[in-house]
Design a protein around this ligand. Structure first.
Ligand code: SF4
Ligand code: MG
Length: 321
């Protein structure tokens, strides 16, 4: 069957002007020719260090950022060909959840009107149907519907993220793009939110694109995992194989680098030997060659394609050519 989401050669180049007179044009390719498919009902994890382009990828799919090239087909529709109105109707079926729900929840709005808003935006339901839907979704997100009278500040961080998730569910979407949805939360709360997301997925046949820098979190929720490095895919594997037997040297490095634990139990982003190259001046050949323990001479000259390796797994590395 058709994939729910198909991404072909997706590109995003940011241009900025530096120098006293803005005379130096600096181009950064944040997303550099990504090709991916999501089947209905699956969770694809997108993992990588900060600045690898994973958030830009999510924003391009939702068209919160305009692409520089490529194609995204969602539910049979070529998104970049749609006008504003047509795109608005697509957003009913494609919702986003962000890292910091507090920043996206209006502090002066009661939770019940925050949740009702997507229905109003999309002209869905009568007043009483909307009220019913708000109560229903509050319950599935683990709230007593009476709490809808409260304001966002009256909830804890984890509860606010559950409100963010509830809001994303209101229009009964097919795809949810979640960008670092648990990264701001304590570890114990993270597990609760991940379990809720899983529960909601089976209840409502949701498809997730789950973006995170945290390999442990991605492992907990994903069916397949795409590893990104400097705007490109390094590896694409089913979740179990990726963690047991990583193909790409970058995936290996990610898995062997131990996150620094802070007293509060939070984890700092992973640290890998060597510096992340300047994205405005990426290395020639394999983008990872400046940090790769297995680097060969050709790696410095030739950019590896994403090679099929085995069992539906792919790696962009000359070791698999
Ligand atoms: Fe390392 Fe070469 Fe593979 Fe790049 S292509 S990951 S430098 S071995
Ligand atoms: Mg990000």
């Amino acid at each position: 069957s058709q994939p729910l989401l198909e991404i072909e050669d997706l590109r995003k180049v940011y241009t900025s002007h530096k120098g006293l007179l803005g005379q130096n044009k600096v181009e950064v390719t944040a997303v550099d020719g990504i090709r991916l498919e999501l089947k209905a009902g699956e969770t694809l994890g997108i993992v990588g260090e900060s600045g690898c382009g994973k958030s830009t990828l999510g924003r391009l799919i939702a068209r919160l950022t305009e692409p520089s090239g490529g194609k995204v087909t969602f539910d049979g529709k070529a998104l970049f060909q749609l006008n504003q109105n047509e795109m608005k109707s697509v957003r009913r079926d494609m919702q986003m959840v962000f890292q910091d729900p507090y920043a996206s929840l209006n502090p002066r709005q009661r939770v019940q009107s925050i949740l009702e808003e997507p229905l109003l935006v999309h002209g869905m339901g009568s007043k009483s149907e909307r009220k019913e839907r708000v109560a229903e979704v509050m319950k599935v997100a683990g709230f007593d519907p009476d709490l809808g009278k409260r304001y966002p500040h009256q909830f804890s961080g984890g509860q606010r993220q559950r409100i963010g998730i509830a809001r994303a569910l209101m229009t009964n979407p097919k795809l949810i793009i979640a960008d670092e949805p648990v990264s701001a939360l304590d570890v114990s709360i993270q597990a609760q939110i991940l379990n809720l997301l899983k529960e909601l997925q089976s209840k409502f046949s949701l498809t997730y694109l789950f973006i995170s820098h945290d390999l442990g979190v991605v492992r907990h929720i994903s069916d397949r995992v795409a590893v990104m490095y400097l705007g490109r895919l390094a590896e694409l594997s089913d979740c179990e194989s990726l963690y047991k037997d990583p193909l790409h040297p970058y995936t290996e490095a990610l898995l062997s680098s131990v996150p620094v634990a802070e007293p509060a139990g939070r984890k700092e982003p992973i640290v890998i030997k060597g510096d992340m190259p300047n994205p405005a001046d990426p290395p020639k050949g394999c983008a990872f060659h400046t940090r790769c323990p297995k680097v060969m001479s050709m790696c410095k000259e030739v950019r590896p394609e994403l090679y099929p390796v085995k069992d539906g797994r792919f790696a962009a590395c000359h070791l698999y050519a």
